[in-house]
Design a protein around this ligand. Structure first.
Ligand code: 2BA
Length: 107
């Protein structure tokens, strides 16, 4: 048995866990915070059989693809004068760890 820890963006976490649930994976969601950006993300804990790990990673990857989004940004270029312009930012993606599970109990 394996334990998958998948860190995904908050925006993707619902669609990732819904897609996993649909294929009978059991998922626990933890609200977590990235150490670098200090922004909220979601860590999914998935306990599953070895042979189901590959498919779980495919599902996580397809529901949390890295993509660029255009967001508004504001810059001050003179005292009291601001310009608003769109900037491209990278969102999504997943960081995944797969660990061996020595023992597993449901009591
Ligand atoms: P990613 O590498 O896609 O990582 C997204 C989030 O996944 C991280 O959020 C962190 O919560 C988790 N994560 C990634 N690798 C990990 C690992 N080896 N162990 C434990 N957790 C891990 P943040 O820490 O807020 O990082 C957000 C993004 O900032 C990262 O995206 C990366 O592009 C960049 N970044 C992180 N640390 C950096 C550093 N020391 N220097 C430059 N850029 C960094």
């Amino acid at each position: 048995m394996k334990l998958i820890l998948a860190i995904v963006s908050n925006d993707d976490s619902s669609s990732v866990s819904t897609a996993l649930n649909k294929e009978n994976y059991q998922v626990t969601r933890l609200a977590t915070t990235g150490g670098f950006l200090r922004a909220g993300n979601t860590t999914l804990i998935i306990g599953t059989e070895d042979k189901k790990v590959k498919r779980a990673i495919e599902i996580i990857g397809s529901e949390s693809k890295r993509r660029t989004e255009i967001v508004p940004s504001t810059a001050a270029y003179d005292i009291g004068r601001f310009a608003s312009f769109p900037v491209e930012v990278q969102v999504g993606g997943a960081t995944i760890f797969v660990l061996n599970v020595e023992e597993f109990y449901k009591l």
